[in-house]
Design a protein around this ligand. Structure first.
Ligand code: VG1
Ligand code: CO
Length: 546
């Protein structure tokens, strides 16, 4: 019997293992402390009893410590009675691929090792996230139960045997558990070929259009190579930074205008490529660019919804849509026109799970470069990229044409997010507290030519299970439809990150192609006046503007 090889190791709780917006994220050296990862993983097994005797999907974005963590988790899974684990070759699996595998093989859950868009390497960040049997991120009730278990943990279990290497596909036995090492790309790619028109996309490429995809030395490299080079016939060189590296080549795998600046340059001017896109560390984010133009994630969600029928997987259009609260209201306008319901959820993909499972929505998205649909239960970077490519190929229009046509038809929700990173946590908390305390007095107050119409601290009641989430961000709405939102990040690992989200609706078709930062200037001033960001933080400008 294998039980002879099971070790019970005594441990003590760490007090900082409450998952944030998307799993537990810390500096690598914190995860390297003895028992740190083990405690959290044991808390998962202790609170998710269906994993015993069940199937677990396991993989990560290839960042530093991925391999060590996978070996540890395999030994612990075997000792905790998991019957079978499917793990990506080399320990690689993108977040959307894990979600798909859980659903396809009816797994009881999945563990994803990633800190997403946060930098990697020995000095960088590491993270771990548990996904439930629907393929989606664990809801708050589950993450809170895991956190509670970490507060009183006294022991964890592991197999005394070492975990064998996972560099070749195949299967082996680890104690009483079967380990299957699978091709990380195959199942996911097969799903994509069912959703999108690969013939039309191949033709678009063969007829001379140019595209580039930047994998940022993170997980999407192998996926993009297979999808674009093998299946769509692009040259190999069109996939940039295609090899996953433990430190992401020293880069910051966050696909935005700042961190993917080189890619953005390739789209500039007459020689600019027709289409460019990037994804993040774990493959769930996307950035969409056309020649001399950038599609905000909020607009992307609206445009995909409006043009859904151009993709074979969505011929019937959308049943409903959802966006996170700070995401612009562009998609709401499309939903209203289509006569379908739209929902506003707190930040974080876990809040879309119930709506997707209940069949209430087809598409959902976040302003933070996240877009997805009911095909999995995570946001999906390459899915969004292929969707856009499908739109270009099927419509014959350029990215800029699609964007302008959309704004003229629906109006434009000018939108920008300003991030102030690494500010003192106490100071940031106080800033939010003080503004929160003043929200009640704001309605009716005038700022230049605008008057505050309403202000609140966003709370959400899930329409499916009635669970309630409070303190999800401060919202201030003006009489002209403009909106200011402030919240603190729940994914950072150093100090606090203050996010300021600004939105202004323009319905005059002659005014929809102006420069965003220029248009937003008056609103930026008002936000600063309201929250005293500059005077309190001493910062003159945000660290990142998206
Ligand atoms: C950020 C984004 C949020 C996203 C989360 C996870 O959270 O704002 O929209 O869901 O990251 O993204 P926060 O709390 O820092 O604002 V990631 O790609 O894990 O993939
Ligand atoms: Co991510």
């Amino acid at each position: 019997m294998q039980t002879a090889n099971i070790q019970t190791i005594a441990t003590q709780p760490f007090d900082d293992q409450r998952p944030g917006t998307s799993g537990l994220r810390k500096k690598v050296d914190i995860f390297q402390q003895p028992h740190y990862l083990e405690n959290f993983v044991q808390a998962i097994f202790d609170t998710q009893p269906e994993l015993a005797g069940g199937l677990l999907i396991l993989g990560g974005d290839g960042r530093f410590h991925n391999d060590v963590a996978i070996a540890t988790i395999l030994r612990m899974a075997a000792a905790n009675g998991v019957a079978r684990v499917m793990v990506g070759q080399h320990g690689y699996l993108s977040t959307p691929a894990v979600s798909h595998l859980i659903r396809k093989y009816h797994a009881q859950g999945g563990i994803i090792l990633s800190a997403s868009h946060n930098p990697g390497g020995p000095q960088g960040d590491f993270g771990i996230k548990f996904n439930i049997a629907n393929g989606g991120p664990a809801p708050e009730t589950v993450t809170e139960a895991i956190y509670t278990a970490t507060r009183s943990i006294t022991r964890y279990r592991r197999l005394s045997d070492a975990a064998p290497p996972i560099d070749q596909c195949g299967a082996f036995q680890l104690g009483g558990m079967r380990v299957e090492i699978i091709d990380p790309v195959a199942d996911y790619a097969e799903l994509m070929t069912r959703l999108f028109d690969f013939d039309a996309m191949r033709e678009w490429i063969a007829s001379g259009h140019q595209l580039r995809f930047d994998a940022m030395h993170a997980i999407t490299g192998p996926y993009a190579r297979h999808l674009f080079v093998d299946l769509l016939g692009t040259p190999e060189e069109w996939i940039l930074n295609a090899t996953p590296l433990p430190d992401f080549g020293g880069g910051h795998p966050d696909p935005n205008l700042k961190h993917a600046a080189k890619l953005v340059n390739l789209t500039k001017g007459d020689q600019g490529v027709d289409f460019a896109a990037a994804s993040d560390g774990d493959g769930d984010r996307n950035m969409i660019l056309g020649r001399d133009c950038f599609v905000t994630p909020s607009d992307s969600l609206a445009i995909l919804t409006a043009n859904a029928a151009l993709a074979p997987g969505y011929r019937e259009g959308a049943r409903g849509v959802a966006r996170s609260m700070p995401t612009s209201q562009a998609v709401d306008r499309v939903a209203e026109r289509l006569g379908i319901p739209h929902y506003e959820t707190p930040t974080g993909w876990k809040y879309f799970g119930n709506l997707l499972d209940a069949g209430l929505i087809t598409f959902c998205g976040e302003e933070s470069f996240g877009t997805g649909s009911d095909h999995v239960r995570e946001k999906d970077g390459l899915w969004a990229v292929l969707f856009w490519l499908n739109l270009l190929a099927a419509s014959g229009n350029s990215v800029a044409d699609l964007l302008k046509a959309h704004w003229r038809e629906y109006g434009r929700n000018y939108y920008t997010r300003h991030d102030y990173e690494g500010i003192d946590s106490e100071l940031a908390g106080q800033l939010m507290e003080d503004l929160r305390a003043r929200l009640g007095q704001l309605p009716g107050q005038r700022f230049d030519e605008r008057t505050v119409r309403w202000a609140d601290d966003f709370a959400y009641t899930d329409p499916v299970d009635a669970s309630r989430s409070t303190h999800q961000g401060l919202r201030i709405g003006f009489d002209d439809g403009a909106r200011i939102v402030l919240r603190l990040s729940g994914t950072g690992t150093q100090g606090a990150t203050l996010r300021l989200y600004l939105e202004k609706l323009e319905t005059n078709p002659d005014e929809v192609t102006r420069d965003t930062q220029e248009v937003m200037q008056p609103l930026i001033q008002i936000a600063d006046q309201l929250a005293e960001i500059r005077s309190r933080t001493g910062r003159q400008a945000p660290d990142v503007i998206t």
